[in-house]
Design a protein around this ligand. Structure first.
Ligand code: SF4
Length: 324
């Protein structure tokens, strides 16, 4: 969803702030974005489950009398919803069964970053676009309060060790935190609490866990105060991109060429080169099908620490000699 914000922004430039249909979790991230007029939450696994939920939501969309719907998501359910919305124009990517119902089918670019691929729905994907969030004063206040409560000053290293895909998790974050001579804040959702606690236990004088303590936007505000974020190929990478925090991203079963890598000049993406099994899946399986998980285990703490130090040094030089 974060990577959809450039498309949302260019659509808002053309039409004015847009309405977005999305999951409740992503809705909280988007509801304050300046290019978004309103978020329509589709709880497809809960309240809006099944045909009755789809029908209820489509009735709501019909009542809003949209003239055009853009479909960055290629699911059959989204296509049905767009059709039932009554919008005269339905624009999405071709090449799927769902696309038969669209009024305009755009070829989905094979390569490039996901941001540019999504922008192809609207116009020339080579045009510049910025990933962004609409963080509020309240989001920043919550992040400030959390930092004050834990006696943390800006300039810390943010570490995001989690991922819903097991093989995407680099196993050596605790060693990295011990090695870095900086305070570290562990970022993550409530599901990452145990993992975050294990890192804090290994380096109690260096690390504090913010996992599960803040909402998504306040967590993004926290990331914006970090000197650098170290993360797997997971959502915090994109939050950091949106708030302009430098990134060291660790790729295991996936690769940046899939289109979800860091975008900021100076960011570093690391992975184990020349491993014949890599990449092995679109998302990364829960467990390594070969049993060795070398795509992550062979990525050493020394390599990651050196990348973090290189990013920190580059940022410090930039602060001393600001570019015009
Ligand atoms: S098969 Fe290779 S790329 Fe996939 S999880 Fe295992 S080590 Fe990583």
């Amino acid at each position: 969803m974060v990577l959809t914000t450039p498309l949302i922004s260019v659509l808002a430039e053309r039409y004015g702030p847009v309405d977005v249909v999305t999951t409740p979790a992503a809705g909280s991230l988007l509801e304050t974005h300046p290019a978004v007029r309103s978020v329509i939450r589709y709880d497809k696994n809960g309240r809006d489950r099944g045909i009755s939920g789809l029908w209820r939501l489509s009735a709501e969309l019909r009542s809003r009398r949209y003239s055009v719907v853009y479909l960055p998501h290629r699911s059959f359910r989204s296509a049905v919803l767009a059709l039932l919305s009554g919008a005269g124009e339905r624009i999405g990517f071709g090449g799927t069964a769902a696309s038969i119902s669209y009024t305009r089918r755009v070829p989905r670019p094979e390569g490039g970053h996901e941001v540019e691929r999504l922008l192809a729905l609207f116009r020339n994907p080579s045009q510049a676009a910025r990933v962004s969030l609409g963080l509020t004063d309240e989001d920043h206040r919550q992040a400030d309060q959390w930092l004050a409560r834990h006696a943390m000053a800006p300039g810390f290293v943010a570490v995001a060790p989690g991922s819903i895909w097991g093989t995407k998790r680099w196993p050596y974050y605790a060693d990295l935190v011990e090695r870095l001579a900086r305070p570290c804040i562990i970022i993550g959702s409530a599901a990452d609490c145990d993992l975050a606690d294990s890192i804090v236990t290994a380096a109690p004088t260096r690390a504090v866990s913010a996992a599960g303590a803040l909402g998504l936007r306040a967590a993004a505000s926290l990331i914006s105060r970090a000197a650098v974020l170290v993360t797997n190929d997971s959502a915090p990478l994109h939050l950091a991109t949106a708030v302009g925090t430098p990134v060291v991203a660790l790729f295991g079963p996936t690769v940046p060429a899939f289109g979800f890598g860091p975008r900021r000049p100076g960011d570093i993406a690391l992975g184990v080169d020349k491993l014949p099994c890599r990449p092995c899946s679109k998302h990364g399986p829960e467990t390594c099908p070969l049993g060795h998980h070398r795509c992550m285990r062979d990525l050493s703490v020394e390599t990651v620490a050196a990348a973090v130090i290189a990013v920190l040094s580059a940022e410090e030089s930039r602060a001393i000699c600001p570019r015009n």
